[in-house]
Ligand binder design. Structure first.
Ligand code: SAH
Length: 332
């Protein structure tokens, strides 16, 4: 489905038609055009035939009911995963995928192991959000945050990611404010630079995971092309020009990047206003194990002593393979 195609189809129709359509999809969250009571029957039939809004997905709910993972089947049969995290305070965060698989092959991440299949189009990104918006409607709840932290690297699919965000941002549609979106990247410089030009107040997160190039290169092959210095320069520009806080994600891997000396290096590197670190206990992937809670606590204390703001990520959805870096779709 493509909204711009619908718009074309309606060029000859009165303007309010397109508004009605956006309202039906994004506010009333209809699952079939027949539910769009404001539209004439002939139009509903036409839309159902040419622009299906059915989403083919299967949901898995974690034992504590806080995490729901959906596997969505795309039109060409590829599958992607998307995760809903329901927080206590009625915040509902959707973690969306931007690609089928991922080309980056970070050593700690399972998605990389499935290789790269293709980019998602804007509608396939939006579909992930709509699936959970419809799901939450039953409980009279809404999606409050969207994070690009699922499968793939959002800045290697820049155009479609931004197009999806702008559509979801539209006041006449889903109307989620830019400040409620976060894009997580391994540090694709061009992506950061382009995002500055959009003049949107989107949150930026950088997957850092190591405090020096030598170690980072061992974990993330992309560091060859985008070393830390370049990434930090681009990030500084983002903060200067956009004025939003930037999150540095740091997976804590047992006996690898979790020593005192790493914490000190990290503190030195990112001691800047509006920067903060998010510590993530590594989800085991066959090679790496998470650092002990004691080690994470010590690491956090060193950072805090140096004046760095630190948060620790709650690990949602481990029992349904819905946690960070666990998203992979096995071919069936
Ligand atoms: N490619 C982008 C978007 C994916 S985000 C990026 O890397 O930022 C996926 C998040 O999950 C990233 O922060 C990534 O570093 C994290 N992640 C990957 N593997 C993980 C693992 N084994 N344990 C915990 N977090 C992991």
């Amino acid at each position: 489905m493509d909204l711009t195609l619908i718009q074309k189809l309606f060029e000859k129709e009165p303007k309010y038609r397109f508004k009605q359509i956006k309202k039906a999809i994004f506010q009333d969250l209809i699952q079939d055009w027949q539910e769009a009571a404001a539209l004439p029957l002939s139009l509903r039939n036409k839309l159902n035939k040419e622009f299906s809004i059915k989403i083919f997905a299967k949901a898995f709910v974690s034992k504590d009911k806080k995490t729901i993972k959906a596997i969505i089947v795309l039109k060409d049969g590829f599958k992607i995963e998307t995760v809903l995290m329901r927080h206590k305070d009625k915040r509902n965060t959707v973690c969306v995928s931007s690609q089928v698989g991922c080309p980056l092959k970070c050593l700690f991440c399972v998605t990389g192991k499935m290789g790269f299949k293709r980019n998602l189009d804007a509608w396939e990104i939006i579909e992930q959000v709509l699936f959970f918006a419809r799901y939450l409607k039953k409980d009279k709840e809404k999606i409050t945050n969207i994070v690009f932290m699922g499968m793939g690297e959002p800045f290697l699919n820049y155009q479609n990611v931004i197009k999806a965000i702008k559509i979801l941002n539209d006041k006449e549609g889903f109307s989620l404010g830019a400040r409620h979106f976060s894009i997580s990247t391994v540090g694709i410089i061009e992506g950061i630079e382009n995002l500055i030009k959009e003049k949107l107040q989107i949150n930026l997160a950088i997957s850092l995971h190591a405090p020096n190039d030598e170690l980072r290169l061992k974990l993330m092959p992309i560091n060859e092309k985008y070393p830390l210095k370049k990434i930090l320069n681009a990030t500084e520009n983002y903060v200067k020009r956009v004025g939003r806080r930037v999150m540095f994600e740091y997976i804590m891997i047992k006996d690898l990047n979790d020593f005192e000396e790493h914490a000190k290096q990290l503190a030195k590197m990112i001691k800047k206003p509006l920067y903060f670190v998010n510590l993530i206990p590594c989800n085991p992937n066959g090679i790496f194990k998470p650092s002990s809670s004691l080690k994470i606590k010590k690491f956090k204390e060193i950072l805090e002593k140096q004046g760095i703001n630190v948060t620790q990520r709650y690990n949602f959805g481990k029992d349904i393979q819905g946690a960070c870096g666990q998203l992979v779709v096995k071919e069936s």
